[in-house]
Design a protein around this ligand. Sequence first.
Ligand SMILES: N[C@@H](CCC(=O)N[C@@H](CS)C(=O)NCC(=O)O)C(=O)O
Length: 220
Amino acid sequence: MKLYGSSRSPFVRKVRIAAHETGTEGAIVLEPVVVTALAANPTMLAVNPLGQIPTLVLDDGTVLYDSAVICRYLDRVLGQGRLHSSEPAAEVAMMRLLALGDGLIEVALRLLSELSRQQPDHSDRRLAALHQKLPLIFAALDQEAVAMMLAPFDMAQIAVTAGLCYFDFRLSAHWAWRETHPALAEWFATVSQRPSVVATTFHDELASGDAGREQKVGQA
Ligand SMILES: N[C@@H](CCC(=O)N[C@@H](CS)C(=O)NCC(=O)O)C(=O)O
């Protein structure tokens, strides 16, 4: 199977962690692609009408997107189904936390994109709206932290992990959350040691000493 992705993308990180957790990573070859908000990537548009990563192409040519569908395939079709609960009420609870993790990633990506614009394109109103959400998202995650510590590492925890790893990678100077969210920080310190998380560390192969800020934050 071929996974179109980048080592800078939080949604790709979700898939890569899930691949390790399901023992399917050996069957996946990573096809590196760079995507940017400024122009659609023709390689990606040729395989996925959304032009997005992650996109998984199976050996029979079937194309799967987005990250939720790919993770479900790796876990429920190829793996043991441990990352997705099959009990309806537990599944809804898991999906709600998963939506919070994915939402954290989306807010981080929008924040980076807004911060990368130069004045006067830069919108203080958009930044203010994102900054209104961030403390609420972190407070909600902090409230979930004790339950997460006691629960198995599932798809929801993978999404939250990818989101927090992305904050460390791109926004650590902008948003210091650990001191004000100690339970979440403790849970994150524990899951950060999992082999699946360690093996999939973010890496910006484009970054160089003189790379421009927009290039660094506008691409994934
Ligand atoms: N809902 C999608 C979101 C994927 C996404 O936003 N990927 C970004 C990179 S992190 C992308 O491909 N951006 C380029 C674009 O949207 O054209 C998923 O879960 O896979």
